[in-house]
Design a protein around this ligand. Structure first.
Ligand SMILES: [Zn+2]
Length: 457
């Protein structure tokens, strides 16, 4: 009797274990099956990354960026366009995790829990997706950005609607003919799977003077009555602060200091404003946070002067020290300055079927005040003016020192003031040189092409 009882218990024990395991498996299946099915290592689908059944991806004008012909996934017919949009659209490898083909692969392939990836064509909804980007603008921007072989990023978006018209990250490769990256050539392709627009942050240099200027406008009431003398060098906190190449700017007012990009004035301002208020302004403008773009969190920038000496605080005011900014973040901040202080959340998704958009969740748009409205208006009115063809632009360049043996990061960020082309942008070329020489030509092409796309010309 005792033995029978023991055996019953054992059977009961294993039965419970089995039911528990089966239940666990079912829950896991429901939660993760689409991930498992769509993993690139799933041999069943690995030929085209599981994308042979995926819907087409179009640009804002209906040009096919990616589509399936038979069992083959093909990309835009123009080399520069498909290479420039690699990080936005993605490729068959699914290695670029923030690209739409990776992020929305189960939605695009119409994965269903019941059918797996084998849902009959007749039951599938259309899973095509239209993006906000302009393929021609992205192709031309790619050519300009990759001209000197550097890695970099350029993004342009509509600060009224949030639509991203141009988004290009280098280094890149042709998704139609992807390279085999191995031990011998991996340094050549370093960072190639990263979308630098969304996922990288760089030393900002003088573009950070926009943040220091915003703080100065808020905290120094007589800022527009002040004047400074720049002799090219100044001892601040026991160490040197210098302007680029030690150039002396002479007498400057506040707007002149921003236009000439005088390091001495902005270094002195950062020290006068103080670590606490500089940090408050940087935080409000979103330097230390991620922005949510569709469902990707952008890389955070960095402004941390909690351990800074006086001289380091001074250098932080001109975007050096340990400061970092992300290109998309800077475009959003410039959009907010143009937009009376409020940010418009960027999106890459223009249209798709309703269920697809619901799954992606693009309608959860958020807006927040990054700059006090009065400060934004004042700052916008004193930012240096540029003409990009017929486009009127307010912008700031930056030449960010990144170490003794490396060339500086070239930056340009800003926005157009034309009502028919409300575009904000950020372009960075890593280890290039002067912002005006290396980032500005890229920004000009990107902005002009995007304005053309909006104006329909
Ligand atoms: Zn100066």
């Amino acid at each position: 009797m005792k033995r029978v009882l023991k055996r019953s218990f054992l059977i009961l024990f294993f039965t419970i274990l089995f039911i528990g395991g089966a239940a666990f498996f079912c829950v896991e299946l429901v939660l993760n099956a689409d991930d498992w099915a769509n993993q690139p290592y799933n041999a069943h689908i690995s030929g085209n990354g599981g994308l042979e059944q995926a819907g087409a991806i179009y640009d804002r004008n209906g040009a096919a960026l990616a589509k399936t012909n038979g069992s083959e996934r093909t990309y835009h017919e123009n080399y520069s366009v498909r290479t420039g949009l690699l990080h936005t659209v993605g490729d068959n490898s699914l290695n670029i995790s923030t690209a739409v083909q990776s992020k929305y692969r189960s939605q695009l392939t119409g994965y269903s829990l019941i059918w797996g990836l084998n849902m009959p064509q007749s039951l599938r909804a259309s899973h095509d997706l239209t993006m906000t980007v302009d393929s021609s603008a992205c192709g031309d921007t790619y050519d300009a950005l990759s001209a000197n072989g550097s890695s970099g990023a350029c993004v342009v978006y509509n600060y009224k609607t949030g639509e991203v018209l141009c988004s290009v990250s280098t280094k890149s490769y042709d998704p139609q003919d992807p390279p085999e990256i191995n031990e011998d050539n991996e340094s050549e392709y370093e960072g190639v799977y990263l979308d630098h627009v969304l996922s990288s942050s760089y030393t900002p240099g003088s573009i950070f003077k926009l943040v220091t200027a915003a703080a100065a406008i808020e905290y120094i009431p007589d800022i527009f009555e002040r004047s400074w003398y720049c002799g090219g060098h100044e001892d601040i906190g026991g160490n040197d602060v210098s302007c680029v190449d030690g150039e002396a700017h002479g007498y400057l007012d506040f707007q002149g200091a921003l236009t000439q990009s005088c390091n001495i004035v902005f270094a002195e301002l950062a020290v006068e404003i103080g670590a606490e208020r500089m940090t408050a302004t940087a935080n409000k403008m979103g330097i230390n946070m991620s922005f949510e773009v569709d469902d990707v969190e952008t890389a955070k920038g960095n402004y941390d002067v909690s351990k800074a000496s006086t001289n380091e605080l001074a250098w932080s005011g001109v975007g050096q020290y340990i400061n970092k900014t992300n290109p998309m973040q800077m475009a959003i901040i410039c959009g907010a300055i143009a937009n009376g202080g409020n940010s418009t959340t960027p999106t890459y998704i223009k249209n798709g079927t309703e269920d697809l958009l619901k799954m992606i969740g693009v309608n959860s748009k958020k807006s927040q005040e990054l700059v006090n409205p009065q400060t934004a208006a004042t700052l916008a009115s004193i930012m240096p003016e540029y003409s990009f063809g017929s486009l009127n632009v307010r912008a700031k360049t930056g030449t960010a020192e990144v170490g003794e043996d490396k060339r500086p990061n070239a930056w340009m960020v800003g926005f157009s003031t034309d009502a028919d082309a409300p575009l904000a942008f950020a372009c960075v070329v890593e280890n290039a040189g002067f912002g005006n020489r290396y980032a500005r030509p890229v920004a000009e092409i990107a902005m002009q092409k995007c304005a053309q796309a909006l104006r329909g010309g």
